[in-house]
Design a binder for this molecule. Structure first.
Ligand code: G3I
Length: 325
């Protein structure tokens, strides 16, 4: 029995991002993934820089493997991410392109990837992290070349190639009011212009800052007020090194439970944890994050043991199933 045996009776999916190398090598990792989760998001394999090393040449091998696994195990697939300021292929990042050429490159990329998986990916993070930490549109080659219009063009191009739900995805939309309001303005403009955007992904990387669950609820409801679906897309819960609370695993469990409860009450349609097991968390390898934060942010520890956070998530899901929420 796993979490998905409970979510199968609810209008919510609980997913995990998948780290390819561990997935490929470790049958126990695959077993946890298929037993527990009904949604899969390739952590990196659908990013442009991981798909393409030469101009307009793609290697879909790894993405195809992960999506095939999801299909064989009845899991929904979230595609992450079509347009981002990071993980562009070197031939895009280092090329000298006119604005019109960049538009064509981006459209070709979206046509190619969204088109390939048109009926196999159920939801796309179409545009990822377009709002900067100062609450302005993030400077990127896409903004420089196309202006703010790159956002709606990306959604329109994606909608021409797939029936997947199309999401705007970002971090700190709960943590930071300026960032949330700029994203809200961006999305309300898209909605007003009938741009085909279906929802907002709240990443919910809770690293040292753990927004009050009430703020989570308010943020969910704010974007739902635009007629958009809301998902939690990349949740993990860690603590600043040197500021670890007493009984950290218990505090982490409580926070996971509180966030899951407000999300289920608010009608959030999917909650994705950013990893399966603690040993595969990005917090253990990415930049200076390992030095800044604890690196046990997920529901399973590195041995595959269910942590207290798992217990609390399961409790909340069971409460929802029995009508207690
Ligand atoms: O696979 C290569 C390996 O062959 C090479 O030896 C190694 C050292 O260069 O790099 C490996 O690739 C790394 C990859 O993770 C797999 O570990 C990339 O350098 C590294 O940049 C990449 O980091 C990912 C990061 O996004 C940037 O793409 C993390 O795994 C991933 O968890 C993180 O996820 C992001 C979301 O996409 C967007 N939201 C924030 C979130 C956390 O940063």
């Amino acid at each position: 029995m796993g979490l998905r045996d409970v979510t199968s009776e609810l209008d919510v999916r609980v997913g995990a991002c998948v780290e390819y190398e561990t997935w490929k090598a470790d049958p126990e990792y695959r077993e946890i993934l298929s037993r527990e989760f009904d949604l899969l998001a390739p952590e990196n394999e659908l990013k442009w820089g991981f798909l393409s090393s030469e101009r307009e040449a793609y290697d879909f091998g790894r993405a195809d493997e992960l999506i095939g696994f999801a299909e064989r195990n009845g899991m929904s697939v979230t595609g992450h991410a079509l347009v981002w300021h990071m993980e562009k292929p070197d031939w895009v990042r280092n090329g000298e392109y006119e604005a019109g050429e960049l538009e064509t490159l981006l459209k070709t990329h979206i046509d190619t990837v969204a088109g390939r998986y048109s009926d196999r990916v159920d939801a796309w993070d179409v545009v990822n992290e377009a709002v900067d930490d100062d609450g302005e549109l993030r400077d990127s080659i896409w903004l420089d070349a196309l202006g703010e219009a790159y956002v709606e063009k990306a959604f329109e191009w994606a909608a021409e190639r797939t029936d997947a739900a199309l999401f705007y995805n970002d971090y700190w939309l709960v943590h930071d009011e300026a960032k949330r309001e700029r994203a809200y303005d961006l999305l309300s403009g898209l909605v007003e212009r009938d741009v085909p955007v279906d929802g907002v992904g709240l990443q919910m990387h809770c690293l040292g800052t753990h927004p009050d669950p009430e703020d989570v609820r308010e943020t969910v409801e704010r974007f739902q007020g635009l007629g958009l679906d809301v998902r939690v897309t990349e949740m993990d819960v860690a603590y600043r090194r040197g500021e670890e609370p007493d009984e950290m695993e218990e505090r982490q469990a409580q926070y996971y439970g509180d966030v899951f409860e407000v999300c289920l009450r608010a009608g959030v349609e999917a909650i994705t944890i950013w990893g399966v097991r603690d040993d595969t968390s990005w917090l253990r390898t990415y930049g200076e994050f390992p030095e800044r934060f604890t690196h046990d942010p997920l529901l399973f520890d590195e041995t595959g043991r269910k942590k207290r956070a798992y217990d609390e998530v399961e409790r909340v899901l069971r409460d929802a199933r029995s009508g207690k929420l």
